[in-house]
Design a protein around this ligand. Structure first.
Ligand code: ZN
Length: 339
């Protein structure tokens, strides 16, 4: 009854990249690296299918980081001379590339892994792209001088790639916008509008993932400052409810997000985060089914998708595999309980 899907990223095996890092260095290079990316993609497709998930992803094995994987294929960006910049409202410093000229795609960005994944699963295939606002927050601007203008320029490029991914046979295109939970007013003002440009003309399912970030130390410390009730979603959900985007995610497992936030998403499919990505402890099926049960007070059964809170990338491979299984088992238990 309940569809299961992951937010997007999965850990990279040690023979592909450094493990348990958010910006890992590749272990190899050239044709060997390309082969390793392909092997890791296939490995995770199999792991998701074996776990029993309904929607399959490429696990983002072919990109170093969820934003920079896209940005690397954009002309007008100096990817060699990176600078240190505080991102997510200065929550942490990152080495980011610089925008130095008008933006243009060099060509296809994710054709390799999308086509590979499509050829190796008959299940629904979801593909993730960074959202325009989150990209803008993860590059240094030395050219546009205007955040909104630059976001709209990125949105056009994302749209090009999204349409091509759809032609590759992708069923769901998801834009990742963790920045929506940081710049809530901007998100409602222009972030959703930029997102709709990125999704323009798509006839496949469209989704947006908004979270409180990966389980890295900077994010965990930030969450401690957010108080007992996390109401960040309250500003952007009404704008998303009015948008054309069909699926919206939110964090639920071990989070301080009031469940009633889901009421603001009437008419949308809701990806309910039932797997914590900041804690290696494996959720029990009972725990997951309970969370789904609480969400059902606010989301109709047919609109609930059981999902992870965020990506599993910086976790260990064994923990991620166990969490995929837990997700499927918890959703199955909930299906029996709430049928
Ligand atoms: Zn996330």
């Amino acid at each position: 009854m309940f569809t299961t899907a992951i937010a997007g990223s999965l850990p990279k095996p040690a023979w592909l990249a450094e493990t348990e890092k958010l910006w890992p260095q590749w272990t190899t290079q050239g044709p060997e690296l390309q082969q390793a990316k392909a092997d890791a993609t296939l490995l995770w497709i199999k792991a998701q299918e074996d776990a029993g998930l309904d929607v399959i992803g490429d696990g983002e094995q072919a990109r170093q980081h969820f934003v920079h994987g896209f940005v690397e294929q954009v002309e007008g960006i100096d990817f060699v001379n990176k600078v240190t910049m505080g991102i997510r409202n200065n929550r942490y410093d990152a080495q980011v590339p610089q925008v130095v000229a008008p933006l243009r795609l060099k060509g296809r960005v994710h054709a390799f892994e999308a086509q590979l994944a499509r050829a190796h699963t008959k299940k629904k295939l979801k593909f993730t792209l960074p959202g325009p606002m989150t990209i803008v927050d993860t590059v240094a601007d030395r050219f546009y001088g205007d955040k909104v203008k630059m976001a709209m320029a990125f949105a056009e490029l994302l749209n090009q790639e999204a349409l091509a991914l759809q032609a590759d046979g992708v069923d769901i295109i998801q834009f990742d916008e963790p920045a929506f939970n940081v710049y809530m007013d901007d998100a409602a003002d222009w972030g959703v509008q930029a997102l709709e440009i990125a999704a323009r003309g798509l006839t496949c399912t469209t989704a947006v993932h908004i979270c409180y970030g990966y389980g890295i130390e900077a994010n965990n410390n930030w969450k401690k400052t957010l108080g007992d009730e996390w109401r960040q979603y309250e500003k952007v959900f009404p704008a998303l409810a009015k948008s054309s985007i069909q699926q919206v995610s939110l964090e639920c497992m071990h989070s301080h997000v009031p469940m009633e936030m889901m009421k603001l998403l009437e008419g949308k499919d809701v990806m309910v985060g039932v797997i914590d990505v900041a804690n290696p402890a494996i959720e029990t099926a009972e725990e997951i089914a309970d969370t789904i049960g609480r969400a059902l007070q606010f989301v109709p059964k047919h609109r609930l998708i059981a999902c992870t809170n965020c990506g599993l990338a910086p976790m260990s491979r064994a923990v991620a595999e166990a969490k995929l299984k837990a997700l499927a088992e918890g959703a199955k238990l909930a299906s029996q309980r709430y049928a």
